[in-house]
Write a protein that binds this ligand. Structure first.
Ligand code: ADP
Ligand code: MG
Length: 329
């Protein structure tokens, strides 16, 4: 019998999403279930609860032997980024920790990193689970939005303009620079790229502001092409990206040249910027939001009929991109 390897998204669909009852058949307080950055639950009339889980494994999501304080920081930051992608405000989180050994020095540094982020974003640790095993950090973050205002991936409409916050490519540039045998030391050489990898900024303020104007939103964890692909697919549309408008991080351009930097901006993950769609009739409101809040956002493309994400060069020609984004399987 041939064993066909499935990517993580078809695996999730096949075994966890498809066989389940639709959210409303189980509990009509589940407003959005599997398939977005977070699930959304009705808790009371004015507010909905927003939940997300992300797992970080040593050797897969961060280098083996990395600084425990940085691991603590990053673990919570990437989870808060999923709350940002729904336009939610963080409330609390749970921590499931698997440790190869109980090393007090490691635990002290890890918890310092974790709590620094928890304090910065007023998000309290309220529970979890601790076991012995390969180093794995799994966090469930819980947030809230005013009822009905969570921004899902499926809300995009034809012609919506696509934007992205901040710049792209730094975090993956940091990670890819590392030599297999001495990844941590090399990462430490370039502080700017190091920070981008270890301390991604969850765009919570931007997410909150954008829920008034965005029709669809996602955080860029697997790479822009892959994540915009999720918005397009969930919205039943295709998308085009204008390569000449991509906000590639200057440091990455300087250090690695245009071609490599663009490839990372499109396909590298770990940026944790927000990618969002805005309909024509909300562009003015977006402009006002941008001016009054000094939002750093760039228009990069458009949602169109069809499927898939197409990249266009400055002459409007289709450009083939080799590696569309990170996949676990
Ligand atoms: P993100 O990159 O935003 O964290 P993922 O790509 O990890 O999202 O997951 C896609 C969707 O599938 C999310 O809605 C997530 O909650 C859901 N999902 C992932 N793994 C499982 C699982 N084992 N069981 C149920 N739902 C899952
Ligand atoms: Mg996400």
């Amino acid at each position: 019998m041939n064993v066909v390897s499935q990517d993580e998204f078809s695996l999730i669909f096949e075994y966890f999403q498809k066989p389940g009852l639709t959210a409303r058949q189980i509990n009509d307080d589940v407003i959005h279930g599997i398939g977005d950055d977070c699930a959304v639950l009705r808790t009371h009339d004015e507010e909905h609860l927003v939940l997300t889980t992300d797992t970080l494994i040593e050797g897969r999501h961060f280098p083996v032997g990395a600084d425990a304080k940085e691991i603590g920081q990053r673990s919570l930051r990437v989870n808060l980024s999923d709350l940002a992608a729904m336009g939610a405000e963080p409330r609390c989180f749970q921590l499931a920790l698997s440790l190869p050994k109980a090393d007090p020095r490691w635990l002290k540094a890890f918890s310092q990193g974790l709590y620094a982020v928890a304090r910065e974003f007023s998000c309290m640790l309220v529970g979890g689970d601790t076991t012995r095993g390969p180093l794995t950090i799994s966090i469930t973050a819980i947030g809230a939005v005013p009822s009905g205002s969570a921004v899902v991936r499926s809300g995009g409409t034809e012609g919506d303009k696509i934007f992205v916050t901040g710049t792209l490519g730094s975090a993956i540039a940091g990670l890819h620079t590392l030599q297999a045998e001495d990844r941590v030391a090399v990462l430490a050489l370039d502080d700017c790229l190091r920070q981008a990898f270890w301390r991604p900024q969850p765009r919570l303020k931007e997410g909150r502001l954008l829920r008034k104007v965005a029709s669809a939103m996602i955080d860029v964890s697997d790479g822009l092409l892959a994540d915009l692909g999720h918005i397009a697919k969930a919205s039943g549309l295709g998308a085009e990206i204008y390569l000449s408008q991509l906000p590639i991080a200057t440091r990455v351009l300087e250090k690695f040249g245009e071609e490599q930097a663009r490839q990372w901006a499109l396909s590298g993950g770990d940026d944790y910027e927000l990618c969002f769609a805005v309909p024509e009739n909300k562009l003015k409101a977006l402009n006002t939001l941008q001016q009054t809040n000094s939002l750093c956002i760039t228009e990069i493309g458009k949602l169109l009929p069809g499927s898939g994400v197409h990249c266009l060069d400055s002459t409007g020609q289709d450009v083939l991109v080799k590696h569309p984004g990170y996949r676990h399987f």
